[in-house]
Design a protein. Structure first.
Length: 347
C-alpha cells in the first residue's frame, strides 16, 4: 500500500499513498531522541513511504532539521512538503513551559502570511532542511477557527494576495512543484479555491470516519478542478485508534460526549466484522477520488508498521454497507468497492 503512488493534480508530483506526518518529530507532547526519530524515518522509508511532510511549527524547527538530516542521505526519489505562514524568532528570555512541543528548539513562532514573510519562510526552511528542494509548500493554519472570525478576513487577504502570490512565483520559477493550504478547516480551502488555482490541500481531521461534511461542496469542487487532497488526522487526534474510552482525544482535546457516542457506534460495527477501528479509519479517506495520500504521524517504528498493517488489511464490504445503513457514513461518500472509486493512478 505505501509503495503505491498517486499524482497531485496536474503537477507531475507523485506521492506515496501512505505518507509520513512529521509533527511527532518535533517532540509533540513528549520528547523523542534523535536516534529514535531517525529509526522511525528509516522504517517508514523501508516500508515504502516516499512522501514526507513537516513544518517550521513542529518543534520550532526541530522536525525540519530531523527530516532533512534523514532525507539528505537518500538516493531514491521522494516528495517533501513543508509549510509557510509562521516565522521563527529567537527566544531571548526563558523558554515557555506550556508549549505543545517539549524540549524543542529555542524559537517562538510569529504568524505572517505576507509576500515577504513567505519568501523568507521558504528560505529559512531550506536552511533548516539542508536540502536542494521543497516539493510542496502549504500555507499553514489559515482560517477562522485558528485566528477568529474578526481577524480571519484580513489574514486571508494577506495569504491570498501576498503568500499565495509568492508561492505561485516560486512554482513558476521551478523552485517548488506545488502549493496549497495545510489546515483543519475545509471551508477555508473552498474559499481559497475561489480566488486561486491551488494544487493540493492538506486537510487534517475533516474527512474521516467521524465526519464527512467536506463532501458537501469542497471535495466535489476539488474533483472538478483537479485539485488534490492529502488527509492528515485520519484518526481525529487519536479516538479512532484508542476507541471511545475515557480521555480519548478528538481535535487535540478530550472528546465530547456526542463524539464518544458516534465513535462507539462505529467501533461496534468494526468489531462485528473483526476489523480494528483504526484500519477502517486509515482506509476510508483513500477511497475518495480527490485524495492522494493519508499521512499518519509516527514517533516510533511500531507506529509506522502498524499503520501499514491497518492500511493493507482486507476489510469486508459489508462493514462499509453497515456504516452507511446506520447513518454513520454519508450516502454520497465513496467506499472500497464502489463504482465511485477512482482515487488516482496507482503505480
Amino acid at each position: 500500500m505505501a509503495r503505491q503512488k498517486r499524482q497531485i493534480g496536474n503537477t507531475g508530483l507523485d506521492v506515496s499513498v501512505l505518507g509520513f506526518g512529521g509533527a511527532p518529530l518535533g517532540n509533540m507532547y513528549r520528547p523523542l531522541d534523535d536516534a529514535q526519530a531517525r529509526e522511525t524515518l528509516q522504517v517508514a522509508w523501508d516500508c515504502g513511504f516516499r512522501y514526507f511532510d513537516t513544518a517550521p511549527r513542529y518543534g520550532y524547527g526541530l522536525s525540519e532539521r530531523r527530516t532533512g538530516d534523514f532525507l539528505r542521505s537518500q538516493t531514491e526519489p521522494y516528495i517533501l512538503s513543508t509549510k509557510v505562514g509562521r516565522l521563527l524568532h529567537r527566544i531571548a528570555g526563558d523558554i515557555p513551559k506550556d508549549r505543545p512541543f517539549v524540549d524543542a528548539l529555542p524559537f517562538v513562532e510569529v504568524y505572517d502570511y505576507s509576500y515577504d514573510a513567505v519568501m523568507r519562510s521558504i528560505e529559512d526552511s531550506w536552511q533548516r532542511l539542508g536540502l536542494r528542494r521543497i516539493d510542496i509548500a502549504y500555507i499553514h493554519d489559515i482560517g477562522s477557527l485558528t485566528h477568529g472570525k474578526e481577524d480571519h478576513p484580513r489574514l486571508m487577504r494577506d495569504a491570498m494576495e501576498g503568500g499565495a502570490r509568492a508561492l505561485d512565483e516560486l512554482k513558476k520559477a521551478g523552485l517548488i512543484g506545488a502549493y496549497g493550504l495545510g489546515v483543519n478547516e475545509w471551508e477555508v480551502c473552498l474559499e481559497a479555491l475561489k480566488s486561486t488555482d491551488m494544487d493540493v490541500f492538506l486537510l487534517a481531521g475533516r474527512y474521516t470516519l467521524l465526519e464527512q461534511e467536506a463532501q458537501e461542496s469542497f471535495l466535489p469542487e476539488c474533483v472538478r478542478r483537479n485539485a488534490s487532497v492529502v488527509v492528515g488526522g485520519a484518526f481525529n487526534s487519536g479516538i479512532l485508534v484508542t476507541g471511545p474510552k475515557p480521555g480519548a482525544k478528538y481535535d487535540y482535546e478530550d472528546a465530547p460526549q456526542h463524539i464518544l457516542d458516534r465513535a462507539q457506534k462505529i467501533e461496534q460495527i468494526c468489531s462485528d466484522h473483526n476489523v480494528p477501528l483504526a484500519a477502517a479509519a486509515i482506509q476510508f479517506p483513500l477511497t475518495h477520488p480527490a485524495v492522494v495520500s493519508v499521512i499518519p504521524g509516527a514517533s516510533s517504528p511500531r507506529h509506522v508498521t502498524q499503520a501499514v498493517e491497518w492500511a493493507e488489511l482486507q476489510i469486508p464490504s459489508a462493514l462499509w454497507r453497515d456504516l452507511r445503513d446506520q447513518g454513520l457514513l454519508r450516502a454520497d461518500v465513496p467506499v472500497p468497492g464502489d463504482d465511485l472509486l477512482t482515487g488516482g493512478d496507482a503505480s
